[in-house]
Design a protein around this ligand. Structure first.
Ligand code: ATP
Ligand code: MG
Ligand code: MG
Ligand code: MG
Length: 562
């Protein structure tokens, strides 16, 4: 039997006002209700109430991973550079990696995800096909130096992830391991009470073939997805590969541009009048006041800058990341070593169908003006160039697509042999010859799920957790003097003896009004009030979500809640 948690002894300081830097609902409420406190940008401390919610989510994830035969391990978060050199990701990750040195000058990193280390472990532990398949998982702290850690625990630079990895000798085996995870994820998110969609996803830096994301629809989400109301088609806009509406005849013809030499960071910085350092992390190109492209410059050369410099005298304004920050719905792009690799326009009403834009291409030295996706190039000519608007036809059935915002809460990948090749991960096959292993990798944002749940379930009074996830089953409020306090504690003890997790607000000298406000902010699903009719042994049960109230005797209340 768990101890009754007394509010008078709980380390929780609720706040009446939203924290100044908070923009998303979950950030405001989790801070105001005393679940988390910011330590530094994107780095959070979990206070007692928050830790309980995190643990509840972790428990559900662990149970479902165990149920598909996953074996829990705990690998280090501090990792040697060599492993990530072998996969090429030490470079590929760029600024996202936290890198550090030990006292002898050896290079380390803080793990952003663990494919490399799991591959090494399996190479060390498994030698025969008989040792496979195997599913390994951990629930661990991950580190990513995110560019915009602004949405509370939704996007941390330090965060909790469940990551698992499957190892099989055959493609059919991988398909099966993937299906097991997919089903487990459905069960997990159903148990968590998270409204979610499964959508096709790009495999991005991971490489590999099949990949799906679990998205929790919410306005605070940083992903955009399309959903077909008529068929099962749903995809992250990053993964949409159908063509945009063709331009009409009146649309100006595409015009190729001369491209001068690619400027260095220094040239670009001079152009912008900024120091050649951090400010150049993100750039936008505006044409006639419209944002037309955004890029993250590569190492030393800036392909996007080439475009900008060329057009600068006439129409282009280069601006820093700040302009873009509040318009993630507008354009996203990425300039890698090969130039502009990805641009997408999403549902911006100012960009009419068929509108042209100016873009850099992946073909070296090719930049063009008035380009229209679908008319002037096949989507496949350009990596991941995507135009999607609300109402665009579904590629499967033609029905108008619905476009929405969501939080990525889980991601499953069929990696194939990419990492096994990098580490020469073979096992002895049935015929005595070595077989290359095929892998899957599967993530759930455990700490992000707290934020996603808060976003989906909160109302104007505060947090409002599903019971399985809530920090307690019932929040007992003593609304009055000694008599009410005595009754509240008595009921709390009885509920606890009946196996419930109980929080009781018996704080002396705190008004009933403050206690009610706090109870609603904290968001335990059932609130039980010892108040007006305490002398008769009558309490009031209030459903946090619906606000429905009912007067019950103590024994009725216990029976109802158990
Ligand atoms: P995002 O697109 O939001 O940056 P991602 O695609 O980079 O996420 P994955 O590499 O797929 O993330 O990691 C697996 C899961 O870990 C994600 O689905 C997400 O739930 C969670 N996650 C990723 N980055 C963060 C973060 N910075 N803070 C909290 N959770 C995160
Ligand atoms: Mg990411
Ligand atoms: Mg993602
Ligand atoms: Mg992902």
């Amino acid at each position: 039997m768990a101890q009754v948690q007394r509010m008078s002894r709980l380390m929780v300081k609720t706040l009446r006002d939203d924290p100044a830097d908070a923009e998303t609902l979950n950030h405001k409420l989790l801070v105001r209700a005393g679940y988390v406190r910011r330590s530094s940008a994107g780095i959070w401390s979990w206070l007692p109430l928050g830790k309980k919610v995190l643990e509840n989510i972790t428990r559900v994830v662990r149970e479902e991973m165990d149920a598909i035969g996953g074996q829990e391990v705990l690998l280090p978060a501090l990792l040697p550079k060599e492993a990530y050199d072998a996969s090429g990701r030490y470079e590929e990750y760029g600024d996202l990696l936290f890198r550090l040195k030990d006292r002898k000058g050896a290079d380390y990193l803080l793990g952003p995800t663990h494919e490399e280390i799991f591959t090494q472990i399996v190479k060390d532990q498994c030698t025969s096909y008989k040792d496979l398949p195997v599913i390994l998982y951990q629930i661990q702290t991950k580190y990513r130096d995110e560019a915009r850690p602004r949405a509370g625990v939704l996007r941390g630079r330090e965060f909790q992830m469940k990551d698992s990895y499957s190892f099989d000798t055959t493609d059919e085996g991988l398909t099966e391991s993937y299906a097991l995870h997919r089903d487990a994820y459905i069960r997990i998110f159903e148990r968590l009470g998270l409204d979610h969609r499964i959508v096709s996803a790009v495999s991005g830096a991971m490489g590999g073939s099949a990949s799906e994301e679990f998205l929790a629809p919410a306005p605070a989400g940083e992903d955009t997805f399309v959903d077909c109301p008529a068929c099962e088609y749903a995809a992250n806009t990053e993964a949409v590969t159908f063509r945009a509406t063709p331009a009409d005849a009146s649309h100006p013809a595409v015009e190729e541009l001369d491209t001068p030499d690619t400027p260095t960071i220094e040239t670009l910085a001079a152009h912008l009048g900024v120091p050649a350092s951090a400010t150049l992390k993100n750039l936008l190109v505006k044409v006639d006041g419209e944002i037309v492209a955004v890029g993250v410059p590569g190492d030393r050369e800036v392909d996007l800058g080439k475009l900008g410099e060329h057009l600068a005298p006439a129409v282009v304004e280069l601006v820093t990341a700040e302009d873009f920050v509040d318009r993630p719905d507008l354009v996203r792009g990425y300039v890698g070593p090969q130039g502009l690799e990805k641009v997408r326009y999403i549902a911006d009403p100012r960009i009419a169908p068929g509108t042209a834009w100016v873009t850099g291409a992946n073909k070296p030295d090719t930049h063009a003006k008035n380009v229209v996706c679908g008319r002037d190039f096949e989507v496949d000519d350009y990596l991941d160039v995507v135009v999607v608007r609300d109402g665009d036809p579904c590629p499967k059935c033609g029905t108008g697509l619905k476009l929405d915002r969501a939080i990525e809460i889980g991601h499953i990948f069929q990696l194939g042999r990419k990492f096994a090749d990098a580490f020469q991960l073979d096992v002895l096959g049935q015929n005595g010859k070595p077989v290359r292993v095929t892998m899957g990798s599967y993530g759930i944002g455990v700490s992000r799920a707290v934020a996603a749940l808060a976003e989906q379930t909160a109302d104007d009074k505060g947090l409002c957790w599903p019971r399985e996830i809530a920090p307690a089953d019932v929040h007992v409020v003593a609304a009055g003097k000694a008599l009410q306090t005595e009754l509240a504690i008595e009921v709390a003890e009885k509920l606890s003896a009946a196996g419930l997790r109980v929080l009781v607000d018996e704080r002396p000298g705190v008004s009933p009004g403050v206690k009610f406000t706090d109870a609603e902010l904290i968001g335990v699903p059932q609130i039980l009030v010892a108040g007006r009719r305490a002398a008769e042994g009558v309490v009031e049960l209030k459903d946090r979500r619906t606000g429905e109230r009912e007067e019950l005797t103590v024994s009725e209340a216990i029976a109802r809640l158990s």
